[in-house]
Write a protein that binds this ligand. Structure first.
Ligand code: SF4
Length: 476
């Protein structure tokens, strides 16, 4: 390009036509923001040999799913062995009391997850706080909301077949297995998933697994209005790959099934599972078969904190894209003391997106299960967080913060119809019938209530609940 000697130059030294109508001299530039990008955190696998229990563990053992499962921590003694003096006696006693008096999930933490904790400050560590809760962290007055329930989403009430929840018009949830390689303290399926605790005797499936799976497939064959199946549990990583493959191949043979999502927290908690040759081969066959039949198959995982996204997680995830999976998406849970700040959420979303190609999809408010009040956030807090994270991530990767309203389903936190902030009661409605409302003429006009944690209410609201609870004869 030639520049005439008398032609003006713009800020970048290029010629400018100042005579152009509406000429503007560009002046925008990157501004300081409440959240700073690029991320400052290093993306490296934390060194497991820093932990007293894993000092001599080789990389080959560390990357072995079998080794990880065999060394998963199941009790306080094993936790102490793994963490040594990093676990103080005071915190150990606090955890022990929680296990005896409050826990709704038993302890099960793979070394991979322990290794993502900051062992120099376990009391404050976000992963420890939701995987291995301590008694003193629970709400002292209201450890449970008076309206909390074991199966707070009434999933079992909406079973069409044992383990198959038919809540939405076109999609279902298939709980294939009731165990996981890791147990999360806040698990919404605490009624069904995992081992019993001193507080909670778990529900057990009554029908044998192969029969149950066959009955689920049979129901879906006979129900053409369903097009979308969430294949979950528990965690699909605890189903032998042959069984999983048989079931999903069964789904792929049903003409009305167009979307399949495999749900596994183990992609983060035990990525080693997905690096085993037989698991890789089975999942690859599923991806390629789905693609050849024009069915969308994706993986849904559950990561709550950026510290948990490591290179091994990214390696396990990358394979799914090669195998024809449409996406790997994250459904985290919003947990006070773990990730309920705009900074934590954005840090997590960018780490997922930039380092592992995982799409931030949803953050659920922690459900109204027993003993969860200290983790739960009020709807207004979730609304403020949604506002605070808008505009940073691409639109397609900006997660929606949702409230799973009993008898309604997921609702974006701004969708409520009315909100009594004093008593912390929000009112919600829906535009479809759940699987148990076909005879209910009021189903589409009814309003359903959702409750904020009482500790987040003004004193007048807390006093109302104290009185109201007496009337209900419910103990907090
Ligand atoms: S992995 Fe999912 S189903 Fe399993 S304990 Fe955690 S939240 Fe519950």
């Amino acid at each position: 390009m030639t520049v005439a000697a008398n032609e003006p130059l713009g800020e970048q030294g290029t010629p400018r036509n100042l005579a152009r109508p509406g000429h503007r001299e560009p002046h925008a530039h990157a501004a300081p923001q409440p959240f700073t990008y690029p991320l400052q955190r290093a993306f490296v696998e934390p060194d497991w040999t820093r932990l007293p229990g894993y000092g001599g563990v080789s990389a080959a053992d560390w990357e072995s799913a079998q080794w990880q499962r065999a060394h998963s921590v199941k009790n306080l003694h094993e936790l102490k062995e793994a963490l040594g003096s990093h676990l103080s006696d005071a915190l150990a006693a606090d955890i022990a009391r929680d296990m005896a008096e409050r826990a709704t999930m038993s302890m099960l933490v793979p070394p991979q997850m322990l290794n993502t904790m900051n062992v120099d400050d376990l009391s404050a560590d976000p992963v420890r706080r939701y995987m291995i809760p301590a008694f003193s962290e629970r709400d002292p007055e209201w450890p449970s909301h008076p309206y909390s329930e074991r199966d707070s989403l009434h999933e079992a009430e909406m079973w069409a077949v044992e383990g198959l929840t038919h809540r939405y018009p076109t999609k279902v949830l298939a709980e294939l297995v009731s165990t996981c390689p890791q147990y999360c303290g806040h698990c919404t399926r605490m009624d069904l998933v995992g081992n019993s605790t001193p507080l909670i005797a778990k529900y057990k499936f009554e029908i044998k697994q192969p029969d149950r799976h066959a009955m689920i497939l049979d129901y879906l064959r006979k129900t053409p209005s369903v097009r979308d199946v969430v294949v979950s549990g528990g965690d699909i990583a605890n189903l032998p790959i042959k069984r999983l493959e048989e079931f999903v191949m069964g789904l792929l043979a049903i003409e009305n099934i167009r979307d399949i999502r495999l749900a596994t927290k183990a992609l983060m908690g035990l990525p080693q599972h997905f690096l085993q040759p037989d698991v890789q081969e089975g999942l690859e066959r599923l991806g390629r078969t789905a693609r050849s039949r024009g069915v969308s198959i994706a993986v849904h995982t559950h990561v709550n904190h950026a510290n948990q996204v490591t290179p091994l997680v990214a390696r396990a995830t990358a394979q799914f894209f090669d195998w024809g999976y449409r996406d790997v998406r994250n459904q985290g849970v919003l947990l006070r003391g773990v990730n309920a700040t705009a900074n934590d959420l954005l840090e997590l979303c960018f780490t997922l997106l930039d380092h592992a190609g995982i799409l931030p999809y949803y953050f659920y408010q922690c459900d109204m299960i027993p003993m969860a009040e200290h983790w739960r956030t009020a709807v207004w807090e979730a609304q403020a967080l949604q506002h605070a994270i808008m505009g940073y991530l691409p639109g397609f990767a900006t997660p929606r913060i949702v409230c799973d309203v009993p008898f309604v389903g997921k609702r974006w936190v701004h969708q409520l119809e009315e909100y009594d902030r004093e008593r912390g009661i929000s009112y919600w409605s829906k535009n479809y019938r759940t699987g148990i409302e076909s005879e209910d003429a009021q189903a589409l006009s009814k309003r359903h209530e959702y409750y904020d944690p009482i500790s987040t209410l003004p004193e007048s609201g807390q006093a109302w609940w104290r009185e109201h609870t007496k009337e209900l004869a419910v103990s907090p």
